[in-house]
Design a protein. Structure first.
Length: 364
């Protein structure tokens, strides 16, 4: 149905645009219509969401009576600090607060590259050359009786035990692994040897040689419990390997298991092994007694071995040195000086005998 009511004319500006001051009614409503918006009463004066009508809270972070003072003017020291900061870029020294100096470039020193290359080439050649005993090859010093040499083929009885343990097909690879373990042990690479021996102990659980080497590697790495387990297994598999007894006793000594040390020392004396094994057992037993504070008993263990034999061996020097040390600790300086002097007479570079003797003074 057409609307017969005439529309009021739009007021336009001189540019032809509609005047913004014009208040046109909403479509479908008269200009004089003052009805409230749908859903609200005409007197509805609801406050903003989340606040009461009388809420006069100040802005967040400020009190109602807060009157922030104006920022004070910079002091002379602060002004100087800002000038220094702007000039140096903020570089400071630790603790002083003063600006650091700019880094000074080091003077480049030119080196003749040809001479450097020549020196490096000689070093590589020395490293690749075979080492002799005089150049520091310590294989012979680290050999243990009963363990084959790495520079020679394995004895036939050990090869037969390997073949019997793993079979013909795996005997060659197992033999090579065993030779590598022996070589690492002789060169004091105990961690490498232990890794190889761990595999070999699973392949050859009944071979005493493998357990002995594993026990010695653990002993020289101060892994006392592992050393005790492996060396005890060696005793069970091959009782003839008496060289492990002093080492086993010393591992028990490190664990402070004195009864075990005494038992093994008694076993060594009953077996009457090689004099070197007997001497090592005596040294360990005396050390265990001294650890317990029984110095007098430890000294008495050496009463029968202080005579000078026709041929002095290394184990004689070890016993005399140990006896001298016990006398020194117990207060018998005269006997300690005499025994240290005897050791130095046969080997002036034995351990630290020269320092010990100089500390005690000359023999009177």
């Amino acid at each position: 149905m057409p609307n017969d009511r005439p529309r009021p004319p739009r007021s336009q500006s001189s540019s032809g645009r509609t005047d913004r001051s014009e208040r046109r009614p909403t479509r479908g409503r008269d200009a004089d219509d003052r009805r409230p918006v749908r859903g609200r009463d005409s007197d509805d004066r609801r406050p903003a969401r989340g606040r009461d009508s009388d809420d006069r809270r100040p802005a967040r972070g400020r009190d109602s009576d807060e009157r922030r003072p104006a920022r004070p003017a910079l002091t002379a020291a602060e002004q100087k600090s800002r000038e220094v900061y702007a000039r140096t870029g903020g570089r400071r020294t630790e603790g002083t607060g003063a600006p650091t100096a700019r880094p000074v470039r080091k003077k480049v020193e030119w080196v003749d590259e040809g001479a450097v290359k020549k020196t490096a080439r000689k070093a590589v050649q020395r490293g690749a050359a075979p080492r002799s005993r005089s150049q520091g090859d310590n294989r012979g010093e680290n050999r243990v009786p009963g363990i084959p040499r790495s520079d020679r083929p394995l004895p036939s009885d050990i090869s037969r035990d390997v073949e019997k343990g793993v079979g013909v097909r795996q005997s060659q690879s197992t033999t090579e692994r065993l030779q590598k373990a022996i070589d690492a042990f002789e060169y004091e690479r105990y961690e490498d040897a232990a890794r190889l021996l761990q595999v070999l102990s699973r392949q050859l659980p009944g071979m005493a040689l493998v357990h002995e080497m594993a026990g010695l590697c653990a002993y020289r790495q101060a892994k006392w419990r592992t050393a005790v387990n492996e060396l005890e297994a060696t005793r069970v598999l091959d009782p003839s390997r008496t060289t492990v007894l002093p080492v086993l006793a010393d591992a028990y000594r490190a664990l402070r298991r004195w009864s075990k040390v005494n038992h093994i020392w008694s076993e060594i004396k009953d077996l009457s092994p090689h004099p070197s094994v007997l001497a090592e057992g005596r040294i360990v037993a005396a050390g265990a007694l001294s650890d317990q504070g029984k110095l007098a008993e430890a000294v008495r263990l050496f009463d029968s071995v202080l005579n000078v034999p026709k041929r002095v061996q290394d184990y004689h020097l070890r016993q005399w040195y140990m006896a001298a040390d016990l006398h020194d600790r117990s207060g018998n300086i005269v006997e300690a000086r005499r025994l240290f002097a005897r050791v130095m007479q046969y080997d002036a570079e034995f351990v630290d005998v020269a320092d010990r003797l100089s500390h005690l003074g000359p023999v009177r």
